[in-house]
Design a binder for this molecule. Structure first.
Ligand SMILES: *[C@@H]1O[C@H](CO)[C@@H](O)[C@H](O)[C@H]1NC(C)=O
Ligand SMILES: *[C@@H]1O[C@H](CO)[C@@H](O)[C@H](O)[C@H]1NC(C)=O
Length: 494
């Protein structure tokens, strides 16, 4: 019997031991900052996960000194931030004996990172930010041992090219940003080693003139690729081959003139595509082939597009957000949204040259919530054009159009009144006006003097977008308004 009981007892002791060990490990070494004077001008704060050390507007000597004080104290330095310093060179072994998790060396004139400068912290470092310095190339030998790094930020440096295996060793890296360097060439093997984990890559603000297909093609885990603000003048079929998990592609502010056939055909998971700020005037009918199942956001603003590219868009039956602002569209043809508009909730046509809207152009936009027609040349917005979308529309922007006050604009007032009941304040703040020609004055669309204009005032009682409730609410509002006017009148006259 005794033997049988001994077993559970022994089991318990085991667990107790384990608990005690865990407690010890959790307690670790107490995290306390060194004396203020010891590390000055650097400062230290205790944070939940370790110390937060900041050294600003100082030099190599003071930083070295602070590091040597911190050494050998078994401290966890969660953040080491060196900013606005004069630190041209990061010398070897400078962090030896330190446990640093996030390291920032920002705006410190850094141009040389010695091979042995970072290797000692490779086991702990998860984030490295060397932005806004003077690096002219990737200091690959210094990076080689950073086997736990997740985020590497090299924005705002002077890197002109990415050499072969520039990031070798960074097997765990998930985010790499090289925004605003001077990169004009990328070796086909530049990203070797990053293929298993890299999820985001920012190559924006550089001098690329073409898609570096061979370098990027191996990054099959990549979800987000940013190449905005380069000088890319052409994209072609095959350019994005290999990036089969890409979710978001940014090509805004380049020099593209055409979007050719099947250029994105390998990006079947793409959800968001930014092509704004190019010189695009031609979009091939097959331009978006391959994007049918997943593309929801498409930005084509600030280009030179003359018509809604219906043929190309037709296949995008999941499209929600279509931005065509600041183009050269003067006319919307009857079938502009035929066969694909069903899923669109946001349509931006502001800053175009649209002169008239007619027919059933919006008929298919059954989900439209936001329509922006600001800054066009519209003089009339007839009710029969708007009628199919009034049910779903939450925001319509007609500002900065040479609208004439006519009875056809009645829909606006009624639609807005309906919206008020849905508590939408944003729309009420917008003051859209029309011009009453013979009076040479402007009226707000919200307060069109329909009687004075001798309009045949329509009853919306039976219309689809007006319910009994809204009628009651509207008449209540009217009563309140009358009372207010009466009160004002009494005040003035007394
Ligand atoms: C960069 O650091 C210098 C000091 O070294 C400072 O004068 C300058 O304002 C900093 N620039 C920015 C953009 O922070
Ligand atoms: C728009 O197109 C007209 C010709 O149709 C052209 O003269 C004008 O420069 C274009 N505007 C822009 C901003 O491209």
């Amino acid at each position: 019997m005794a033997r049988v009981q001994a077993w559970p007892l022994r089991g318990w002791t085991w667990i107790l031991w384990l608990v005690a060990l865990c407690a010890l490990a959790a307690a670790e070494v107490p995290q306390t900052c060194p004396q203020r004077a010891e590390i000055a001008p650097c400062t230290c704060q205790v944070k939940k996960n370790g110390l937060d050390i900041l050294c600003e507007f100082t030099d190599q000597l003071h930083i070295n000194n602070a590091m040597s004080i911190l050494k050998g104290k078994s401290l966890i330095i969660f953040y080491l931030k060196l900013r606005h310093n004069n630190l041209r060179k990061l010398p070897g072994f400078v962090f030896l004996g330190l446990d640093i998790h996030h390291l920032t060396i920002h705006n410190s004139s850094l141009s040389v990172v010695e091979e042995a400068s970072l290797s000692s912290i490779g086991k702990m470092l998860t984030q490295l930010d060397v932005s806004q310095n003077s690096l002219t190339q990737v200091p690959s030998p210094a990076y080689r041992n950073l086997n736990h790094l997740l985020i590497l930020n090299m924005n705002h440096n002077k890197i002109t090219s990415l050499h072969a295996k520039a990031f070798n060793g960074l097997d765990t890296l998930e985010i790499l940003t090289l925004y605003e360097n001077k990169i004009t060439s990328i070796d086909p093997d530049a990203f070797v080693g990053l293929e298993k984990k890299l999820k985001r890559l920012n190559l924006g603000g550089n001098g690329l003139t073409a898609i570096p297909q061979r370098s990027l093609g191996i990054l099959d885990m990549l979800k987000k690729l940013e190449m905005q603000e380069n000088r890319i003048s052409e994209i072609k079929e095959g350019d994005f081959e290999g990036m089969r998990n890409l979710d978001s592609l940014g090509l805004a502010h380049n020099k593209l003139r055409t979007v050719p056939s099947r250029v994105f055909s390998h990006l079947t998971l793409l959800n968001s595509l930014e092509l704004d700020g190019n010189n695009i005037d031609t979009i091939d009918k097959e331009a978006f082939a391959g994007l049918e199942e997943n593309l929801q956001y498409l930005r084509l603003g600030d280009n030179n597009i003359h018509t809604i590219p219906t043929e190309a868009l037709k296949r995008l039956h999941r499209l929600r957000h279509l931005d065509l602002r600041s183009n050269n569209i003067s006319f919307i043809s009857e079938d502009a949204f035929a066969g694909y508009g069903d899923s669109i909730t946001f349509l931006n046509l502001q800053k175009n040259d649209i002169r008239s809207l007619s027919g059933m152009i919006f008929e298919n936009l059954n989900s439209l919530e936001t329509l922006n027609l600001q800054n066009n040349k519209l003089m009339h917005v007839p009710e029969d054009v708007m009628e199919p979308i009034l049910d779903t529309l939450r925001v319509v922007d007609l500002m900065d159009n040479p609208l004439l006050c006519d009875c056809e604009l009645q829909w606006y007032k009624n639609w807005l009144r309906n919206l008020k009941d849905k508590d939408d304040e944003m729309m009420q703040k917008k003051r859209t006006v029309c011009t009453m020609q013979h009076e040479h004055r402007e009226y707000s669309l919200q307060s069109l003097p329909l009687d004075k204009m001798k309009c045949k005032i329509k009853s919306y009682e039976n219309s689809a977008y007006s319910s009994a409730d809204t009628q009651v609410a509207a008449s209540k509002a009217l009563v309140a308004l009358n009372l207010l006017v009466l009160a004002k009148f009494l005040l003035v006259s007394s």
